[in-house]
Design a protein around this ligand. Structure first.
Ligand SMILES: C[S@@+](CC[C@H](N)C(=O)[O-])C[C@H]1O[C@@H](n2cnc3c(N)ncnc32)[C@H](O)[C@@H]1O
Length: 223
């Protein structure tokens, strides 16, 4: 995408009622919506997150199918989620929001029990945090997710990375978490949930074109 187009999207994002772009400082010093997301959505419906949402395909697809839940996409790249935010506005979807921020700050943005489900869709192999590289399913991040999920809360990981899939499964078993579903080729497995095979993200389509298997894990954290 050219820089002119990006600038146009950044400007539009500022006018979108469903986009929040806080500074790091705003997030880390008493973020106003923490524990109060019901005031943003004006209802008490369950909240589902998509972390590293890119264009927000899952956020939009799940929000369309589940009008009784609220969906929030989080990504640091505003020009990407502009697509999802615009689609939500064009379709009058009141159960969608996007936050431009760092995934590692989720525990500043949501209170314990405030989130009912997390989707991690095609994460980068590693993300930078505290000057070191982290997998989005390492112990430190799993603890952050546990810190915002409710007692029934689940996490979904969809990835093309066999390494990420195996690494996460090993960690979940080792730490005694509950693996609810694990599948190393979702399109070849008849037991794959519809929400997993029914939506393809931008990155996923590229992996599918070159014949890469897509893996999936659904799990519940026990700490
Ligand atoms: C490989 S892309 C996948 C995007 C989308 N989920 C998809 O499947 O098309 C990874 C996304 O994670 C975002 N990302 C990476 N590190 C991040 C971080 N620390 N905080 C927030 N977003 C991050 C990137 O901006 C990018 O959009």
């Amino acid at each position: 995408m050219g820089s002119k187009n990006k600038l146009k999207r950044f400007k539009e994002n500022e006018t979108f009622a469903n986009v929040i772009q806080p500074t790091r400082e705003e997030v880390t010093s008493n973020f106003p919506y923490k524990g109060k997301w019901n005031t943003f959505f004006k209802n008490d419906n369950p909240i589902v997150l998509e972390l590293g949402c890119g264009k927000g395909e899952y956020t939009i697809a799940l929000a369309e199918k589940n009008p009784d839940k609220n969906f929030i996409g989080i990504d640091i790249k505003g020009a990407r989620f502009w697509r999802g935010a615009k689609t939500a506005l064009e379709n009058n979807m009141n159960n969608v929001a996007f936050i431009r921020t760092q995934i590692e700050l989720v525990d500043y943005i949501f209170a314990k029990n405030e989130v009912s489900e997390i989707w991690i869709t095609f994460p980068d192999p590693q993300i930078k945090y505290k000057r070191t590289k982290h997998r989005m399913t390492n112990t430190e991040f799993l603890k952050k997710y546990h810190g915002i999920l409710n007692s029934e809360g689940t996490v979904n990981l969809k990835t093309d990375s066999e390494f990420m899939h195996g690494y996460t499964l090993g960690l979940l078993h080792g730490e005694g978490h509950e693996v609810l579903h694990a599948n190393h080729d979702v399109y070849k497995n008849v037991y794959s949930p519809k929400e997993v095979t029914g939506t393809q993200t931008f990155y996923e389509k590229q992996y599918l074109e070159v014949g890469k298997p897509i893996t999936y894990i659904k799990f519940k954290l026990n700490y």
